[in-house]
Design a protein around this ligand. Structure first.
Ligand code: OGA
Ligand code: MN
Length: 209
């Protein structure tokens, strides 16, 4: 755990209504600087400190028993956020307010939010996939927060979002503080390789179905 006193005790509350409305209509929403610099930098520092303590594990494909390491599909490393992490706890609380808004406005019946710090070493990618697992409808809404300072366009590492027919919807570079929300079902996307390390938080609002 990073030992510093610059970790905020809470992230500023947002008005989540525009995000909720966009999710209800187009199915996705993104906002640069959704989280202030002090917030996402604290998350980045925490992620990098945890990475230095070997708290990250190579990503696996699929769920539980069927999961296997598959470098041809994805090359990122992951570390679950827990309430014991000073910055991670703030992020989980920040997302909890969004979960409440989604349930209140859209009756999504979301039971929980889970999230992982993700580190893509230079050259790593994540091939086109949908976040909802084939054998479980638990994941309903995906949330990605980017944690990279001064990310040049030439560094690559964009997320590319496709519609259900495979047409490109948009690209998103992993700029620190940008938050991207999208439906976990029916929205294929991929992460392109970057020329430098890429840090983010990938999370999912879930039902216990
Ligand atoms: C994921 C994912 C996108 C990104 O972790 O499932 O698609 O831009 N991440 O990091
Ligand atoms: Mn994904």
């Amino acid at each position: 755990m990073p030992d510093n006193d610059s970790v905020p005790t809470a992230f500023a509350c947002r008005d989540w209504r525009p995000a909720v409305e966009a999710l209800a209509t187009t199915g996705w929403w993104r906002l640069p600087q959704a989280l202030g610099a002090a917030g996402w930098q604290a998350l980045r520092d925490e992620a990098q400190a945890l990475h230095g303590q070997a708290a990250f594990a190579p990503a696996r494909i699929g769920r539980a028993a069927g999961a296997q390491r598959e470098a041809a599909v994805r090359g990122d490393e992951l570390c679950w956020l827990t309430p014991e992490m000073p910055a991670g706890r703030c992020y989980l609380a920040w997302m909890e307010a969004l979960r409440t808004a989604l349930n209140r406005e859209l009756f999504l019946g979301l039971d929980e939010f889970e999230a992982q710090y993700a580190h893509y070493p230079a050259g790593a990618f994540y091939r086109t996939h949908v976040d909802r697992h084939r054998d479980s409808s638990a994941r309903v809404i995906s949330a990605v927060l980017y944690l990279n300072e001064d990310w040049p366009e030439a560094a690559g590492g964009e997320l590319v979002m496709y519609d259900a027919g495979g047409g490109e919807l948009f690209r998103q570079a992993p700029h620190g503080g940008t938050l991207l929300l999208f439906r976990s079902e029916g929205m294929p996307h991929e992460v392109l390789p970057a020329t430098r390390a890429r840090w983010s938080i990938a999370g999912w609002f879930r039902t216990r179905a």
